[in-house]
Design a protein around this ligand. Structure first.
Ligand code: G3H
Ligand code: 13P
Ligand code: ZN
Length: 338
């Protein structure tokens, strides 16, 4: 059974830990996350972007996730839509069986033009109404991430649309979202910072202020890959051409977790781990051509990163803490105003 993200995040808030949300596009990435979750006994959030849904096809993705629930019954598992760009996209995910959706109304449906506050409230409120009626969780976003590497961001330095605490409070009151993504200077992809960011570059004070203003709202950090040098080095050692770059230090994420961050989005670190492992096989064993010879090490490399993050975020050891609440039951709880 796929469970509600709201339940996972409520439990995380109670336990004072964060939960990584890892992007997937294929079977191997789902397998990596599930193995890491089993090894560390972690609840798990698997998320798919619009690009992932179109690459894998909705039904393949959904049935792979159902297989994961059967193979790993001890893991509370969420299927979340990452960066839904419109009410229709969120609706199609809910209809398919996603148990959580993100309505990213901070941007217009093109994924790069910053929207108005009114547009964001309107679109997000519609999704909340539709989703909660089915027990599905909703994440909204206020403020805009930088970068355009992946088509979700305003293309600026990440500091041009940092979240305003008052506007965040207004947004939560008007929409009823379960979780709120905030912009504090991060962007998607590998090229976030030219040097290791300080807590000031990352606007951690702003995050703390938002948490004080909204102590009951689960905060979400996007663009939270740490882009470890070791992973960059493996890629470059085996013929890759990554420019030197820095991601979000794990210590800053841990400070966020102490201040209301419950969901941490990570995609790039896993992409780097997979690519490094595949490049290594290609260079060291050029005679190989069975995809399993490079996909197995790739899967193992991603599992290692995910297990490390699950431990660092504090979700490790919490898989068995609670009984999953069925989505239909969640719908009743929302209807009763609980
Ligand atoms: O938010 C961005 C995630 O890394 C997903 O990226 O849209 O290229 O699948 P994508
Ligand atoms: P990264 O590119 O830092 O992994 O961020 C992923 C993300 O925010 C997905 O929504
Ligand atoms: Zn994101």
């Amino acid at each position: 059974m796929l469970v509600s993200m709201r339940q996972l995040l409520d439990e995380a808030a109670q336990g004072g830990y964060g939960v990584g949300a890892f992007n997937v596009n294929n079977m191997e990435q789902i397998q990596s996350i599930m193995e890491a979750a089993r090894e560390t006994r972690s609840p798990a959030i698997v998320q798919a972007s619009r690009g992932a849904r179109s690459y894998a096809q909705d039904l393949y993705l959904y049935h792979l996730m159902l297989a994961a629930t059967e193979l790993y019954p001890e893991i509370p598992l969420v299927l979340h839509l990452d960066h839904g760009n419109s009410v229709e996209t969120c609706k199609s995910a809910i209809d398919l069986g996603f148990t959580s959706v993100m309505m990213d109304g901070s941007l217009m449906p093109d994924g790069k033009t910053p929207s108005s506050f009114e547009y964001n409230v309107e679109a997000t409120r519609k999704v909340v109404e539709m989703a909660h009626a089915k027990g599905v969780t909703v994440e909204g976003e206020i403020g805009v991430l930088g970068g355009i590497e992946d088509g979700h961001g305003a293309g600026l330095d990440g500091l041009s649309h940092v979240t305003d605490p008052e506007q965040a409070a207004d947004f939560v009151a008007q929409t009823g979202v379960d979780a709120l993504a905030i912009a504090i200077g991060t962007s998607h992809g590998a090229y976030k910072f030219a040097k290791k960011p300080t807590g000031e570059v990352l606007k951690m004070d702003r995050l703390i202020e938002i948490h004080k203003r909204l102590p009951k709202t689960h905060l979400v950090m996007h663009g939270s890959s740490s882009v470890p040098k070791e992973l960059q080095d493996i890629i470059n050692q085996y013929g890759g051409k990554l420019r030197p770059t820095f991601g979000v230090p794990v210590e800053e994420i841990q400070l966020g977790i102490k201040n209301g961050v419950r969901k941490i989005n990570v995609d790039t670190d896993n992409r780097l781990a997979i690519t490094g492992a595949i490049r290594k096989v290609f260079i060291e064993q050029p005679e190989k051509f069975d995809p399993r010879d490079y996909l197995k090490p790739a899967r193992e490399a991603m599992k290692k990163v995910v297990a490390e993050r699950m431990t660092q975020f504090g979700q490790a050891g919490h898989a068995g803490d609670y009984q999953p609440i069925p989505i239909a039951e969640m719908a009743k709880l929302y209807a009763a105003g609980k």
